[in-house]
Design a binder for this molecule. Structure first.
Ligand code: PLP
Length: 481
């Protein structure tokens, strides 16, 4: 029952946490049971006393155990919530629709930048462990070497050194060969999504999206006068391919825009065999897939699945990436793997924004070349995993029992299903007045379903303010029930 594997590369204290958590979840350890003393546990599983202590303290932060003075650590009575269900009451006859709820999105964005707000409404994984020092050092080196050049325009498709680094990382982490000239550097993934969509679709076209999906994508579809149709997802595999086939049979879909790795807000990843199947669907039908892979590097286990593009033979797949989630959102550097659409994408890039910031591109290339990026990601993932567990623990403790949550396998957001009678738009307004921002569920759907859902971000350097904010939200939800 109790064993750690010193050779498996995971931090030992994390393995101790997993061992105990598993024993609590399976009922081997029951509420009120005392955990073995630090020394006893250390002997039993062959790790040091400080490592066991680190694990126990972390479990205490996650609300799984509590320490009692002079006595030890005891299992608490809080049971984690059930996992969210596939989209409830999903209308099978859903029709393509214009995106609604723009004014609500305005309010959500305004709220994020209100001074002193606890920002649970924004997906900002790298802020859980900011890479400021290493990036600043890289930027200084670049500035001392490049001087005048660092002020210049970058080439439209981006600095060659950065494009080479991205191509190398694709090869190194995914085994995929990408021609650096097929990479267009963009102003964040948001511009990559825009270029890709403008390249293959026009006003009035129907775009299939996951339900729920990233609200920025819905705003983009709306701003281009296109229509969105939602495809059902499930919390284990993401977009459901049978539902997708039905949608394609009944609607003139031009483009699918999916995040197969850690879709936002569900935080789920599509298994490999489903990726192959999705590639086949794209290849067989005359449609394009725009794959949003901004979270690909942020699975807690560090395993980066191949994007669907790797399985497609038709080449009708474009993949978007970004450093916003993995290094510095403020740098506004993302990219698009444009493949066969390269010339059109590059022309669109020139006409929309000429090029992206050169200094940021040179800095990121330097950050990657020296191995700092890889080291940074290795240190970020366990922090995010710990934060995810803390957030789930807090929700289980403070929210009503019927609340369900996602069980993210990476990234920085928790998708929370509130009791049916609770309107998360009202919760959002009340929370903003109390200095807490959340993302209400309805902004993740073009026709404002998910009224009783909310997305909470755990991409933060943890503080007591977060504990207090989640506690406040739980109390409010209980009142609103
Ligand atoms: C799924 C998804 N795609 C794209 C973006 C936009 O990324 P960027 O900041 O690089 O433009 C976000 C940001 O939240 C996102 O969650």
């Amino acid at each position: 029952m109790l064993a750690v594997d010193k050779g498996n590369g995971d931090y030992l204290y994390r393995q101790v946490i997993d061992l105990i958590a598993e024993n609590i979840e399976t009922g081997t350890l029951k509420p009120g049971d005392r955990l073995p003393s630090l020394r006893r546990m250390s002997k039993r599983i062959g790790v040091s006393v400080p490592t066991v202590r680190q694990a126990y303290v972390e479990l205490e932060r996650q609300r799984r155990v509590e320490s009692r003075p002079q006595s030890g650590f005891y299992v608490r009575g809080v049971k984690l919530n059930d996992i969210v269900r596939p989209a409830p009451r999903f209308r099978r006859n859903a029709k393509p629709s214009l995106v609604r709820g723009r004014s609500l999105m305005d309010r959500v964005y305004e709220g994020l930048y209100q001074p002193g707000v606890v920002p649970l409404g924004i997906a900002n994984p790298c802020m859980a462990r900011p890479a400021a020092k290493a990036l600043n050092r890289a930027m200084k080196r670049v500035m001392s070497r490049a001087e005048d050049r660092s002020l210049a325009y970058a080439p439209t498709i981006g600095e060659p050194g950065l494009r080479r680094q991205i191509a190398f990382r694709q090869l190194d982490t995914l085994g995929s060969r990408v021609d650096p000239d097929d990479i267009c550097i963009t102003n964040g993934a948001q511009e990559a999504l825009l270029l890709a969509l403008r390249c293959v679709a026009q006003k009035g076209d129907v775009i299939a999206v996951e339900s729920p999906t990233y609200h920025g994508l819905l705003e983009l579809i709306d701003s281009l006068g296109m229509l969105a149709i939602e495809v059902e997802t499930c919390p284990e595999e993401g977009v459901m391919l049978d539902a997708l086939r039905k949608t394609l049979d009944t609607h003139p879909v031009r483009v699918c825009m999916f995040s197969t790795t850690l879709c936002n807000p569900l935080g789920v990843s599509m298994p490999e065999e489903k990726r192959r199947e999705l590639a086949e669907i794209i290849d067989q039908r005359d449609i394009v897939l725009i794959e949003d892979d901004v979270y690909g590097e942020l699975l807690f286990d560090g395993h980066r699945p191949k994007p669907v593009e790797a399985y497609s033979r038709s080449g009708r797949v474009m993949t978007c990436g970004s450093f916003s989630k993995t290094a510095a959102p403020g740098y506004r550097i993302g990219w698009l793997l444009s493949g066969q659409y390269r010339d059109k994408v590059n022309r669109l890039k020139r006409s929309y924004s000429c090029s992206s910031g050169l200094l940021q591109q040179l800095t990121l290339a330097e950050f990657m070349a020296g191995g700092d990026y890889d080291r940074y990601l290795k240190s970020l993932r366990p922090v995010l995993q710990t934060n995810a567990e803390r957030m789930r623990g807090l929700v289980a403790e403070h929210f009503p029992r019927q609340t369900r949550t996602s069980k993210p396998v990476g990234g920085s957001v928790l998708w929370v299903e509130l009791p049916e009678s609770v309107d998360s738009e009202e919760l959002f307004e009340a929370a903003i007045s109390a200095g807490i921002s959340i993302a209400p569920g309805s902004i993740f759907s073009p026709c404002r379903r998910y009224r009783n859902f909310a997305r909470l971000s755990f991409g933060h350097q943890w503080s007591d303010d977060i504990d207090a904010a989640v506690g406040w939200l739980g109390k409010k939800v209980r009142q609103m029930q």
